[in-house]
Design a protein around this ligand. Structure first.
Ligand code: AMP
Ligand code: MG
Length: 501
């Protein structure tokens, strides 16, 4: 309902978060651009959102999503947050190159944020230009949509628009704006801002808001048992579950986020901020791509531990709201933090069981699984294709798929697979079939994303469309997959990715 009591029309933005006040979101207009032009419009997502037809791929939409116009009911604003960046606390960050247009309610009643990324400076730009080069916009569009198709909770991309204006980084680059959709953009860093920078002022309102927005069902269930349970306690425990499940999904597909700072961790448990992220080609637990992660803090194998650490930061912020008694608060918070590893392990073990075609993971399977990863690392084998090879072996489809042309299993892996086949002997045909839905054929490999970026920098968006289309069905072989499923050649391989801010 809007303030005057009338029901929202389907095409109205809502502003529940901004209505908490300007200490949360500061009204800020987008800065107009010279000559906006479509890079991409996501028809499938627009349909899911029941996005109004007149606002879809129209001149009105182009203007509004580039920052040259405004949808009638939108109220652009910049949100504040703080965060630990590479372990150091920064008391004030915020939407420096992002604007929240408002919240959008889909037909199922779900609420999501609609945000422009790269639409000009805001009060939180800290000297930055508030803009984004086309490269990071293309990367985020492709990666977030591919992650969604792979079944990983993630922010989405509704549109990408070239601005016609240059941005200056190491060199002059064409600028672009992304329209990002997320369940919300509330972060661990948002809680940190009110808890740490504002010493608790406004924290209660934020925590109540976030819990009711994202974990209402869990709150109701908890309150039915214990009417005095606090939002903070429920929020922490639900975020513990959501982030444990999220990072388990990343580990299961070889995704490296690259900048797991607390300001890049959403309370709703979706992946956000596709900066220097990448999918691994050859497996290595220590794999790092980000040019700014020289210490390997956010290396592939460190991700579960880092997310656990980030959760402990959230717990610390929430302590005063969890319980009036300090000791009780501490023990409740510690409980949610301590349960993270077992929650992660439970989701990850179930996922691995599915990936290896096992009904369930047994305690005595551990050495076999560890040996598999050791073998991949030792023989420099491709993560995605190794799992797909097992899938084709289990389903006896190696002759009918391009896998043999793409993947050459080492002797060590073949020996390992004999042991694995023995372990699988009692497994059902369903467990083999299930492998096909969890072991993708294609993932957004770095060298392919780079091709789309190179083309887009020359105003050619054809490669983006081709790749985006291909990554919509990642679990099925399609014609032309020798190109899309192949690992990079030595020349094509990319070892470093950049934030590109
Ligand atoms: P990120 O690395 O994307 O997580 O961004 C870290 C912080 O820097 C956030 O507060 C961003 O809003 C801000 N930021 C990044 N790039 C820019 C930019 N070009 N202009 C202004 N602020 C930026
Ligand atoms: Mg960020």
């Amino acid at each position: 309902m809007s303030v005057d009591g009338t029901l929202n029309q389907p095409a109205d933005f809502e502003h529940s978060y901004s209505e908490l006040g300007q200490s949360y979101v500061v009204p800020t207009s987008a800065t107009p651009v010279s000559s906006p032009r479509w890079i991409a419009w996501n028809t499938a997502l627009a349909q899911e959102l029941q996005w109004p037809q007149p606002w879809s791929h129209s001149d009105e939409a182009l203007a509004a999503l580039a920052g040259n116009g405004q949808f009638e009911s939108s109220r652009p604003g910049a949100s504040v947050y703080a965060g630990h960046q590479f372990g150091s606390f920064n008391p004030q960050l915020g939407d420096g190159r992002a604007l929240l247009l408002g919240e959008w309610r889909n037909s199922q009643g779900g609420l999501c944020d609609i945000q422009l990324k790269g639409a000009g400076p805001t009060p939180y730009s800290r000297g930055g230009d508030g803009r984004s080069p086309v490269g990071p916009v293309v990367r985020e569009y492709l990666m977030s949509e591919a992650m969604h198709a792979l079944g990983v909770p993630t922010s989405r991309a509704l549109a990408a628009i070239a601005t016609g204006d240059p941005v200056y980084r190491q060199q002059r680059e064409p600028g672009a704006v992304l329209t990002r959709v997320a369940s919300s953009h509330l972060r661990i860093g948002t809680v940190q801002f009110f808890a740490m920078t504002r010493r608790g002022e406004g924290l209660d309102e934020l925590v109540t808001y976030a819990t009711e927005r994202h974990y209402k069902a869990a709150l109701d269930t908890a309150r039915a048992q214990d009417p005095k349970i606090t939002c903070a306690q429920v929020l922490l425990d639900e975020v513990s579950k959501a982030l444990a499940a999220l990072v388990a999904r990343w580990q299961g597909i070889g995704f490296i986020h690259g900048v797991l700072n607390t300001d890049n961790m959403l309370l709703c448990g979706q992946t956000v901020d596709y900066g220097p992220c990448a999918f691994m080609d050859r497996f290595s637990a220590g794999r790092v791509f980000s040019s700014i992660d020289s210490g390997g803090r956010y290396a592939f194998g460190n991700q579960p531990g880092i997310v656990h650490w980030n959760l402990s930061v959230l717990a610390q912020c929430l302590l005063p709201l969890i319980h009036t008694d300090e000791h009780t608060a501490l023990s409740l918070a510690q409980g949610s933090v301590d349960r993270f590893p077992e929650r992660f392990s439970a989701v990850y073990a179930a996922l691995l069981a599915a990936k290896f075609g096992l009904e369930a993971m047994r305690e005595d399977d551990k050495p076999l699984i560890e040996q598999f990863f050791q073998q991949l690392e030792q023989d420099d084998l491709d993560f995605t294709l190794a799992f797909r090879w097992l899938t084709e072996v289990a389903n006896e489809t190696t002759g009918a798929s391009p896998i043999t042309e793409l993947f050459n299993p080492s002797d060590g892996l073949r020996d390992w697979s004999d042991q694995w086949s023995q372990r699988r002997q009692a497994s059902s045909t369903e467990s083999a079939a299930r492998m096909q839905g969890v072991n993708p054929v294609v993932v957004p490999r770095n060298h392919l994303v780079a091709q789309a970026i190179d083309a887009a920098e020359n105003e050619d968006y054809g490669r983006l469309k081709v790749l985006n289309d291909r990554w919509r069905s990642p679990f099925t072989w399609l014609a032309g997959d020798l190109e899309f499923a192949a690992p990079p050649t030595a020349d094509e391989e990319i070892h470093r990715t950049f934030c590109g801010t």
